[in-house]
Design a protein around this ligand. Structure first.
Ligand code: SP5
Ligand code: ZN
Length: 344
């Protein structure tokens, strides 16, 4: 399978996030992609840099005001004063119920709240550069399907599936899987299915396509009653308007083992087959791994071979986009196992 990487991924390297009142090193860091790239290279894969500019696609899935904010956010942060480059911006106020979200404040931290769903997505100097190149890599992988490839994998970071139409969240800034899906829609696929197997519900992807009938969103994830992102991902979210029936959430309890997880995957694949998609985009989070430090499913390294084989069995041209997975040293093997399972 052809593989793409993001040569600028390392420019997004914030130092800290918050956990229970403490600043802890970022779980989502450049070593993750380095491990995946090393494992791919060791197995003989050639890593292609992006060769598609996704700017036009981005404008179809994200709000112009959000894209403009994200592109200039670090410069706005620096302009607050001397020394800002040594610390990370975090939001401190959000337009929740009863407050207005239709007015963009002038204050940078207030704007950061407007365009964020959490305080868990720290910005760094290269965030826009890295996120844009990562989204370009996802579009590049999608473009290879139109050129006749059976499947393409995109090893990229920052991840994307929590990023919604006009907000960042959950380490995500631009929705790479949505970029791939929209690219396929714009280049000949009448119907596209997105299957999200990250431990966390892909709230951003769901929201981007929630009222559309041309993109099916199916997700298997930790039950949001107890797991991030908490406020979306429940089983009763089935789509709205023209998209009614085109959204399927399969929440599973924390602690779920491989047998139960693969039974849910069968349900997901059955829905995708019934939808009649022309192409498949997989949001490939590997934080379902039993060794993941922030997640609580129990898939073993060999289970990722089985996942790859089942994804091939869907029988569609497939783009796989890396999402989460925080046991960095195991991430390369787990990713390569999905690819090798797919190819066997
Ligand atoms: C793309 C992706 O996987 N994003 C995940 C975002 C999760 N953000 C919340 C992190 C909560 C960390 N909890 C740590 C528990 C350690 N025992
Ligand atoms: Zn995740």
């Amino acid at each position: 399978m052809i593989t793409f990487h993001n040569p600028l991924q390392h420019t997004h390297a914030p130092e800290h996030e918050f956990f229970r009142g403490e600043r802890v090193p970022c779980f989502e860091n450049p070593t993750r992609a380095a491990y995946v790239e090393a494992a791919l290279t060791a197995r003989g894969h050639v890593l292609h840099p992006p060769d598609v500019d996704c700017a036009e696609i981005l404008a179809k899935i994200h709000a112009p005001s959000y894209l403009a904010f994200l592109a200039s956010a670090w410069q706005q942060w620096l302009s607050l004063g001397e020394g800002q480059d040594r610390v990370q911006p975090f939001p401190s106020v959000w337009p929740v119920r009863t407050l207005r979200s239709d007015v963009e404040p002038d204050n940078f931290i207030a704007k950061l709240g407007l365009y964020s769903m959490d305080n868990g997505s720290p910005l760094a100097a290269g965030t826009w550069t890295a996120a844009k190149a990562g989204a370009d890599a996802a579009a590049s992988a999608a473009a290879r399907l139109a050129a006749g490839e059976r499947a393409a994998f995109c090893s990229t970071r920052p991840p994307g599936h929590h990023a919604g139409p006009d907000f960042m969240g959950g380490y995500c800034f631009l929705n790479n899987a949505a970029v791939a899906a929209q690219w396929l829609r714009d280049h000949g696929a009448a119907r596209v299915a997105v299957l999200d197997v990250d431990y966390h519900h892909g709230n951003g992807t769901q929201s981007i396509f929630y009222d559309r009938a041309d993109v099916l969103f199916v997700s298997i994830h930790g039950d949001p009653h107890t797991e991030y992102p908490f406020y979306l991902g429940h089983a009763d979210e089935t789509g709205a308007g023209l998209g009614a029936g085109c959204n399927l959430n399969l929440p599973l309890p924390a602690g779920t083992d491989a047998a139960t997880w693969f039974a849910a995957l069968e349900q997901a694949c059955a829905r995708i087959a019934a939808f009649g998609a022309d192409a498949l985009v997989v949001s490939l989070g590997l934080d379902t791994y039993e060794g993941d430090p922030i997640s609580r499913f129990r898939l073993a390294t060999t289970d990722f071979l089985r996942l790859g084989a089942r994804l091939r069995g869907v029988g569609l041209p497939t783009v796989l986009v890396l999402e989460g997975g925080y046991a960095a040293a195991a991430l390369g093997t787990n990713a390569v196992n999905v690819l090798e399972g797919f190819e066997q």
